[in-house]
Design a protein around this ligand. Structure first.
Ligand code: NAP
Length: 244
């Protein structure tokens, strides 16, 4: 049995993770930590793996605490920058424990990112439209940023941009990640959704994924909890644990 602690346990994702851990024969829920609880509780309860679904402002301190106390960390909280990840990597190197960060634990979303990266050399332009519930704190989503990062790394060439373009309402063309435009929609009713739209002469390809329930993230979270000890150090992306 692996003893698991959940940071952000009272939240939408954290409470779903607690339930999934309790329903898994190989896992034991050792600690539920909320905003006002001392994080030391993880150590006192002998937790081996901590799962963080908190906020962009809280996650780094939590991960640092875990790694300093040799507790493996599985991180779903989004909003971490490349600089943050470099810091986490240095903490993981100095620790007996490892860290896995995944902007999206849904297997379908991981496949969407892989398919999009495979398509890049056949198209001229790419746009990402992501839709989330209205209480999401960060924009664009970590999934959109990761998708753009993987697509740009696979492309190795510039995207074709319109020769002349004038935004009459600032922001209409979204944010830009190396030539990929990202549009964030927020509305009650959504969970987590994304479309990648690739364009070429006379055709478009749309790759779409919808998480309509937070249970969609649980198989990925459970795999990460069981495999994070295999390490080494920092791993970014669930794709490294799946046989794709
Ligand atoms: P949420 O419902 O607001 O839950 C966050 C929880 O964290 C709240 O209960 C909050 O408590 C608590 N919290 C805040 N600071 C804390 C701290 N220092 N220590 C412990 N708990 C703390 O948000 P959510 O919808 O579950 O999303 C959480 C994160 O997961 C977001 O970053 C979201 O983007 C991300 N996410 C990732 C995936 C993925 O697959 N990787 C999927 C969905 C969501 P209070 O309410 O008292 O502030």
């Amino acid at each position: 049995m692996i003893k698991v602690g959940v940071l952000g346990a009272a939240g939408r994702m954290g409470s779903t993770v607690c339930e999934a851990v309790m329903n898994d024969d190989e896992l034991e829920l050792g600690a539920r930590v909320g905003r006002d609880d001392p994080v030391d509780f993880l150590v006192e309860s002998g937790v081996e793996v901590a799962v963080d679904f908190t906020t962009p402002g809280a996650v780094k301190d939590n991960v640092r605490f875990c790694l300093e106390h040799d507790i493996h960390a599985v991180v779903g909280t989004t909003g971490l920058t490349a600089v943050d990840l470099a810091e986490i990597e240095s903490w993981a190197k100095a620790s007996e424990a490892n860290c896995l960060v995944a902007p999206n634990f849904a297997v379908g979303a991981v496949l969407m990112m892989q398919f999009a990266a495979k398509a890049v050399s056949y198209f001229d332009s790419a746009e990402i439209i992501e839709r989330h519930h209205e209480r999401k704190l960060d924009a664009p989503s970590g999934t959109a940023l990761r998708t753009a990062e993987l697509m740009n790394a696979a492309r190795g060439a510039d995207w074709v941009e319109p020769a002349e373009e004038k935004e009459t309402l600032q922001g209409s063309r979204g944010g830009r990640s190396d030539g990929i435009h990202i549009h964030s929609v927020r509305a009650p009713g959504y969970v987590a959704h994304q479309e990648v739209v690739l364009g070429a002469s006379g055709e478009t390809l749309t790759i779409r994924h919808d998480s309509v329930d937070r249970v969609s993230f649980m198989p990925g979270v459970l795999v990460a909890v069981k495999r994070v000890a295999d390490g080494p150090g920092l791993t970014v992306g669930l794709e490294h644990l799946l046989d794709l």
